[in-house]
Design a protein around this ligand. Structure first.
Ligand code: FEO
Length: 394
């Protein structure tokens, strides 16, 4: 495959992976993904920025032959995770004079995870530069978006910023550049939710830094390139804002329809009060859609059936993931149903212990809803409304 020229002597040499249906064996992918890699030919030296997911390594290396690349001097590793650094050993075999250029944390990761020798590295710090002759690479440490080893590479003469996972999307492409359409927004938001949201405050900081840097182009390591960077930066500005939206998210699992009835009833009451409410049946619906809605929700309600005296594992999984992803929700509660006993909300509450939420009085019913339970749902809807109003969201 011919490398795609971005500007003179700067090429895209990554690959689409349209068959991949899940990332990190955790959250489904809607479209597959891409593993972006870039080739920069300076007047004196040649560099690759980020490499390739190992299952695609053979095709990736073959493309260097097809594009007549005879020598590579530097392999810039912006991050040690193997979807980007996994082909470094094979590249070093192919280009034995190449050095891996990265920061100390990433170097240690690559040494341990990929068994690359110490003498293959050049270690850089924040602000260091590397000359390729007529082109200069400047390294910007960006720990926390999303690994401690993450850095960005700024190609100064072209004002291109290579941001690794940051500002990416799991979205294959043919024509290099983001269309900035609904598909991009949805893919980038899903990606942000799953990968970046736990590091929201760091993301916010680096969005500000990149805005000041004002790059001509942002080149991430997944998904299309941003030749109008303000579009993705504005999306991140919204997603990383401290203020949630007037939105209630209700993931639920319902064995005998009681929980589902509670959820639908609560949704109707909330929407009658002007609060947007989105419900997901966690057995049927996509975990990525639930994660995406965690980006904005002010309130998360978990609807749960009891299984053998404990929360149903499908909702426990959502609670566990919410705790991992650290959404900015301010309020949480539970609605649930049981048959003979157990600890439903205590265990779910413990699983959400990492969230900084105020808990609204939960509702537990035995089997079918009774008259008094509908009144409790009225009270819960009112409590959510009051909380949103007090937070200035209504
Ligand atoms: Fe796409 Fe953290 O690797």
């Amino acid at each position: 495959m011919k490398f795609k020229e971005i500007e003179e002597n700067i090429y895209y040499c990554g690959l689409n992976d349209t068959d991949r249906i899940i990332f990190d064996e955790l959250i489904p992918l809607e479209h597959g993904t891409t593993y972006n890699s870039y080739l920069i030919k300076g007047s004196e030296k040649t560099a690759i920025i980020d490499t390739m997911y190992p299952p695609f390594c053979e095709e990736y290396l073959k493309n260097f032959d097809e594009n007549n690349v005879k020598n590579v001097d530097y392999i810039i590793a912006n991050h040690g995770e193997q979807d980007h650094s996994g082909s470094i050993p094979a590249l070093l075999d192919k280009f034995p004079n190449a050095k891996v250029v990265t920061n100390a944390v990433c170097k240690n990761n690559i040494k341990e995870m990929l068994l690359v020798d110490e003498n293959k590295f050049i270690t850089v710090k924040d602000g260091d530069t590397l000359s390729l002759g007529d082109k200069t690479l400047k390294f910007i440490m960006a720990p926390g978006v999303h690994w401690p080893d993450t850095m960005f590479t700024h190609l100064l003469e072209n004002n291109f910023l290579f941001t690794c996972d940051f500002l990416g999307a799991h979205l294959p492409f043919e024509n290099l550049y983001s269309k900035n359409d609904d598909e991009l927004v949805s893919s980038a938001k899903r990606y942000y939710a799953e990968i970046m949201m736990p590091f929201r405050t760091m993301c916010k900081k680096y969005v500000g830094m990149i805005n000041e840097l004002n790059p001509k182009m942002v080149l991430p390591s997944h998904g299309p390139l941003h030749n109008k960077p303000e579009f993705i930066l504005n999306l991140y500005k919204d997603w990383t804002a401290d203020e949630p939206k007037n939105l209630v998210l209700i993931p639920y699992v319902s064995m005998y329809k009681s929980v589902e009835e509670m959820v639908i009833c609560l949704k109707n009451k909330l929407e009658a009060k002007g609060i947007k409410t989105i419900c997901f049946d966690v057995i049927e619906d996509d975990l990525g859609d639930i994660a995406m809605n965690m980006v904005d929700a002010a309130t998360i309600i978990l609807g749960a059936s009891m299984v053998l005296a404990s929360p149903h594992p499908a909702i426990a999984n959502v609670a566990y993931i919410a705790n991992l992803l650290r959404p900015k929700a301010r309020f949480a509660s539970f609605v649930g149903s049981y048959g003979w006993g157990g600890n439903l909300f205590g265990k779910l509450g413990e699983m959400l212990s990492g969230l900084k939420v105020q808990v609204i009085e939960p509702i537990l019913v035995k089997g079918k809803l009774k008259e008094a339970d509908y009144k409790l749902l009225d009270d819960m809807a009112q409590a959510i409304y009051d909380s949103h109003k007090e937070a200035g969201l209504v």
